[in-house]
Structure formats: structure tokens, C-alpha cells
Design a protein around this ligand. Structure first.
Ligand SMILES: C[S@@+](CC[C@H](N)C(=O)[O-])C[C@H]1O[C@@H](n2cnc3c(N)ncnc32)[C@H](O)[C@@H]1O
Length: 329
């Protein structure tokens, strides 16, 4: 296996249950079955999906991207332990660099692309990464610890209006302005450095009656900050068209999302590819305007009941998939 990054951390592997594993394996399977087929796992994480696809498709090779060095190290360890090291190339990259990565590797087209968005259990379970509001930790939330901007930077430096926008748009937080005003007041007293003080301030800023419903009051604020810190939606908007471009005819893309903002981007991008763009005033469809994609899923497919019973993370997961049916004109 070729890879870059630090050695895997010693100790037991973190518990990790890949979401929608059977459905993703089924959706990508027909494209990955041929000898020499290449799959880009754009969010390698702990390699759960990659390992299942490698096991199911003996001729498949994988290019696995992840911006998180801890994830790459743990994935590398798991892939080696499974005996698949020679079939996987692990690359440190944000997934909007997908085209450059393939060009560097001399790969013209691929048979599959998988995105399993959001944070991994490894990132959530390591308190020092600052993703979780349930334990006190540095207010960080960077998927790539070398990236320049932390959650503390956002919280301590954004003008209140921008902060409110981030919380409202990315967290769908009704009380965004109240929370932003409270943060602005508190940070002049003392800048925020840890997750616990922020989580408590959010809790206090929300009306008492609302605190009793809808999970932890800081959940939406933490989601919003994470999306902003990692430019999650921007990277997705840039990466999806490149991923579709990289697909060979017959190649397939599958995307797992965890909230409506991500799902909307995926839905719109795949639907645009499945559209016939023949001008309406022409009497017959023109081949060069015909769809480049065929949708494989009806809407965003949710996990089945038995998966929901064993993996709480699957509750908000939706998968959409499509097949490339012709080359671009
Ligand atoms: C939900 S996990 C993937 C889990 C994986 N499918 C598995 O089964 O082990 C998402 C992973 O994608 C990575 N990631 C998220 N956004 C990324 C991006 N824009 N570029 C590269 N990696 C990203 C995260 O660091 C995380 O490790």
C-alpha cells in the first residue's frame, strides 16, 4: 500500500460501524466487479466501506482520501491487517482535490466513487479533537489538525452577524442571534478556549421550555461550527461535479449524507446530471444534451429498522446513488 502520514496509534481499534454498508456495497458492486476496477473512497475514515468493497470485489483497487492523519493511520492499519495493502493507495487530501489526485496517480477514469460525509466515530470519540459537547476539550473541530482555522477562531473572531449566520444556516438554529449575542458578550470578558464553556453558554441562551426537547441544546451550534471550520459544504459542492466527471461510463457514485444541507447539494447535483438538456423548442432530444447520469435511488434512502436498532448514527443517514450512462459531449 502506498500512503503518507503518521504511524497508526497503538492500542485497540476504536469501535466503528459503517453506515448503510450492505446497501452501499450493493449499489457500487456492479461497477466495482471487473478486474482492475478503481474506486475512490473520498472519505476513507476507518476504511469500513472500503474493506467491505475490497472483500466483495477481488479485482478492485481503491484510492482512499482523508484529510485526517489519525483516520489515515487507523485505516492503513486495518487495511494491512485485512491483507489488502497492495490494493489500496491512501492519500492525504481534501476531497475537492480528487481530480488532481487522480491526475498525479495517472488514473484517467474510475469505476466508483463513495462519499460517506461528516465526522467519523474516531473523531467524535477522541475528546481532544473538540467535536463533542459532552466532554470539555479544546475548541478545535478541525478534521485536518494542520488546517489554519479552529472552532475557537470562529467563535472568538467572527462578527456577531456572521456568527449568527453560521449558526442559522449550518445549524438550522432558531436562536442563532441570541446565541451569537451571548457569545459576543462573553468573549470580550474572556476568549473561548474549551467546548464545555461554549456548550453551557448555548444551553443558557436557549429558552428553558425549548431546552427540554430535541436533544442537547448545543448540538446544532456544534454542527454549525464544524461545518464552517472544515468548509464541509463548499468542499462537497466543488467535489461532486469532479467525481461525476471522473466516472467511466457504467461507473457509479454513492453519497451518504447526515443532514438536509448536505443531502440537498447531493440531490440537486445528481438530478442535474440526470436531466435531458435538449432546448425545449427542439422537436427531438439531442444525444449531446441527453442525461449523463441514471439515478439508482429513489430519493434519499434511509437505513432499515434493524440497522437503526444497532447503530444510532444511522438514524439521520441517507444514501443517494447514480450511474454514469454516457461521456460528456
Ligand atoms: C463518516 S467518516 C467515513 C467512515 C468510513 N466510510 C468508514 O466506513 O470507515 C468521514 C471521514 O471523511 C473525512 N472527511 C470528511 N470531509 C472530508 C473532506 N472534505 N476531504 C477529505 N476527507 C474528509 C473525515 O476526516 C472522516 O475520517
Amino acid at each position: 500500500m502506498s500512503s503518507t502520514g503518521p504511524a497508526a496509534a497503538p492500542g485497540p481499534s476504536p469501535l466503528h460501524v459503517p453506515v448503510l454498508l450492505d446497501r452501499v456495497t450493493e449499489l457500487l458492486g456492479p461497477a466495482c466487479a471487473a478486474d482492475g476496477a478503481v474506486l475512490v473512497d473520498a472519505t476513507l475514515g476507518l476504511a469500513g466501506h472500503t474493506l467491505a468493497l475490497l472483500a466483495a470485489n477481488p479485482g478492485l483497487r481503491v484510492v482512499g482520501l482523508d484529510r485526517d492523519p489519525q483516520a489515515r493511520a487507523e485505516a492503513t492499519r486495518r487495511i494491512e491487517a485485512a491483507g489488502h495493502a497492495d490494493r489500496v493507495t491512501v492519500v492525504p487530501a481534501v476531497f475537492d482535490e480528487l481530480s488532481d489526485v487522480l491526475a498525479r496517480l495517472g488514473i484517467d477514469e474510475v469505476q466508483g466513487v463513495l462519499f460517506d460525509l461528516g465526522v467519523s466515530s474516531l473523531q467524535l470519540d477522541r475528546p481532544d479533537r473538540g467535536f463533542s459537547y459532552s466532554t470539555d476539550a479544546p475548541l478545535d473541530m478541525r478534521m485536518d489538525p494542520g488546517a489554519p482555522r479552529t472552532a475557537a477562531d470562529v467563535v472568538n473572531t467572527y462578527p456577531p452577524r456572521d456568527l449568527a449566520r453560521v449558526l442559522r444556516v449550518y445549524g438550522e438554529e432558531r436562536f442563532a442571534s441570541r446565541i451569537a449575542a451571548a457569545i459576543d458578550r462573553e468573549r470580550t470578558r474572556e476568549p473561548f478556549t474549551g467546548t464545555a464553556r461554549l456548550a453551557e453558554l448555548v444551553r443558557e441562551s436557549i429558552p428553558a421550555a425549548t431546552r427540554r426537547t430535541g436533544g442537547h441544546p448545543a448540538k446544532r451550534t456544534f454542527q454549525a461550527l464544524r461545518i464552517e471550520v472544515n468548509d464541509e459544504l463548499g468542499a462537497l459542492e466543488r467535489a461532486l461535479p469532479d467525481a461525476i466527471d471522473a466516472l467511466a461510463v457504467g461507473g457509479r457514485i454513492a453519497v451518504i449524507t447526515f443532514h438536509s444541507l448536505e443531502d440537498r447539494i447531493v440531490k440537486q447535483t445528481l438530478a442535474a446530471g440526470a436531466l435531458d438538456r435538449t432546448p425545449p423548442d427542439l422537436p427531438v432530444p439531442l444525444p449531446e444534451h441527453s442525461p449523463v447520469l441514471r439515478l439508482l435511488t429513489r430519493g434519499g434512502e434511509a437505513a432499515a429498522g434493524d440497522e437503526l436498532a444497532t447503530n444510532p448514527r444511522a438514524a439521520s443517514a441517507r444514501v443517494r446513488a447514480a450511474e454514469r450512462i454516457r461521456r460528456a459531449a
